[in-house]
Design a protein around this ligand. Sequence first.
Ligand code: AHM
Ligand code: MG
Length: 336
Amino acid sequence: MTVNRNVLTLDEFTLQQLRAFPRATGELSALLRDIGLAAKRVNVEVNKAGLVDILGDAGSINVQGEDVKKLDIFANNQFMGVLQHGISCAGIASEELDDVVIFNDPVSNNSKYVVLFDPLDGSGNIDVNVSIGTIFSVYRRVSEIGKPATEADFLQPGIKQIAAGYVVYGSSTMLVYATRRGVNGFTLDQSIGEFCLSHPDIKVPDFGLIYSVNHGHFFRYPLGVRKYITLCQEKTKANGGPYTQRYIGSMVADVHRNLIKGGIFMYPGTTDKPKGKLRLLYECNPFAFIVEVAGGRATNGTQRILEVVPTQLHERSPLFIGSGGMMSELEACFQE
Ligand code: AHM
Ligand code: MG
């Protein structure tokens, strides 16, 4: 058997996109390649996570005499490192860090983008071998090019995103990213160490059969959400069901599955945490952008996520996201 090697790699794909825009500078392509490189490094470490008892636990010294860092800190440093050493990014904000990091060197100050990321989302799942992910979001700076980036560059509404994506470290490792032109998925071919285009032009079906929510909080959800969950449970063949509940507790994997198969993912506010758990800038906005480009929708229950103007780097937001038809069903429950 000859392996098909006519598949575009991430680098080839981003370069091909560039050819369609003669005036493009290639900065975004370079940035995506940097992110792909960090993702490959993180993937190697995530794959060894089960070996920590042999190789040394986080905070200890491993058999090679090296400090073992917690995986989320490792991932944070990898993504920050490639972006700092690249030519396209003026600064970053990370779910792992309290404040933004402005690179402030001559090349970075002349770069037009800033990147926000959650380096290892769902990291509580590492110990039990469940998929985890990285989420990222790219904005064009609003501050003056040539000068250091400012916090205002990071506090833009999600609608201003230039690109957003995620990496899922799962049964295979995939990088999916969206620009306004479309959503494309790349699977890591371990044999050549490259992300290869495997899911071109992803579109989310208008209806699916999956709803994803943490059922344990049912009695603390707003009435409209409880009504919708009950509707999902009542679905029969006669009215478009039956729906299936699927909730990994790892947002990247949950939303990725629903994006491919069709479905709705919800992380509502609760009576004790009205804004829920997920972060607007690192989790809600990038996924809202990706899912909208793929033809779906995302709201916080009252407003389109991408139109929310953030006031704080780490603010939280309820999130309802997925197939357009299912989002309409949910909204009908809110209005009842
Ligand atoms: P994290 O950023 O601390 O990893 O938390 C985010 C994760 C999401 O991936 C997931 O959807 C959610 O937490 C699950 O939370 P819960 O256990 O409350 O359902
Ligand atoms: Mg997270």
